[in-house]
Design a binder for this molecule. Structure first.
Ligand SMILES: C[S@@+](CC[C@H](N)C(=O)[O-])C[C@H]1O[C@@H](n2cnc3c(N)ncnc32)[C@H](O)[C@@H]1O
Length: 295
């Protein structure tokens, strides 16, 4: 069954047919990789074969493997993923890591929450344009004392975010969801108090050509910003100062070629310290804009 799936995936030209065949088999049989190896000679049920064929047909039609599986991992969190949300990317993990490091720099406790800990919080952070709630949950998982706001303008995306937050167990007691455009989604009482705001906003320009696997399947509202690609980045940079704590930090994902113009926008918005960090592939990816410089 797995060898046949792998052969079909290879014929489709997918990037990693071995891994994909294992994930698909796990999705239909519930067997992890070790069990699949032990059971490799066992007979496949008719139902599992039919389900696997259906998933392979979706993959053959070009649907991304993450949507076919209906799940994907981000920062060790297993998330429900479907075409209502952008597929969380590995390069976005650096935004979560920097967000956590910035909170620690500002003197707050970092680490996994105790399973018996309550939902008590004493500061707030936000993930604007949360999609599947990947960044919001990654922050909640590493910041035991944080109230985490997860916002999006897309109601369908927020339905997925709600499902992932509900499935996260005790983290859900500290994650709040709000609908609306960027900071407008947040309650006014938060103004001037957010310790850290993270966002992976849409940053593709109208004219940019994207692969079919992206443009045909992922929500355009999650990808396209406008004529320059920097519209959402600029809006966030200019509105963040009034929402952040006086020592707070904004961490924004950008495309590598946007690092320089985005840094200029951050200086113009009045941030005291501005720099860009690379992602795991070494590409400029995360813009860090601090209201108060480290001295
Ligand atoms: C690039 S996706 C990022 C999703 C998720 N944070 C991640 O990193 O995987 C951008 C997200 O911003 C949302 N978005 C677009 N315009 C928005 C706006 N004006 N206000 C709030 N969210 C917006 C989209 O719906 C989408 O979920």
């Amino acid at each position: 069954m797995r060898a046949d799936a792998e052969a079909q995936l290879r014929a489709m030209g997918v990037h990693d047919p071995v891994a994909e065949s294992r994930w698909l088999l796990e999705a239909v049989t519930g067997m992890d990789v070790a069990e699949q190896i032990l059971e490799s000679e066992g007979p496949a049920t008719r139902r599992a074969t039919a389900e696997l064929d259906a998933l392979l047909a979706r993959r053959a039609a070009g649907e991304p493997i993450q949507y076919v599986l209906g799940a994907w991992t981000f920062c060790d969190l297993e998330l429900l993923i479907d075409p209502r949300v952008l597929i969380p990317r590995p390069e976005t993990e650096v935004v979560a890591q920097i967000g956590v490091a910035e909170v620690e720099r500002l003197g707050e406790r970092v680490g996994a929450p105790e399973p018996w800990g309550g939902g008590l919080t004493h500061y707030a952070v936000a993930d604007l344009g949360t999609g599947a709630a990947a960044l919001a949950l990654a922050l909640a998982a590493s910041l035991p004392d944080a109230e985490v706001w997860a916002t999006d303008v897309s109601e369908p995306a927020l339905a997925v975010a709600h499902a992932n937050i509900a499935a996260s167990g005790t983290l859900a007691t500290r994650v709040r969801v709000a609908h609306g455009s960027w900071f407008d989604a947040l309650p006014l009482e938060l103004r001037g108090s957010l310790l850290v705001v993270v966002s992976n906003p849409p940053y593709i320009a109208d004219h940019e050509v994207l692969p079919a696997s992206v443009v045909d399947w992922e929500p355009s509202q999650a990808l396209i910003s406008g004529p320059t690609g920097l519209e959402a980045v600029e809006h966030l940079l200019t509105t963040a100062p009034e929402w952040l704590d006086e020592a707070g930090t904004l961490v924004l994902e950008v495309a590598p070629h946007q690092a320089e113009p985005a840094m200029s926008m951050a200086w113009a918005a009045g941030f005291a310290e501005v720099f860009v960090r690379p992602d795991l592939a070494g590409h400029d990816r995360a813009l860090v804009a601090r209201r108060r410089a480290d001295r």
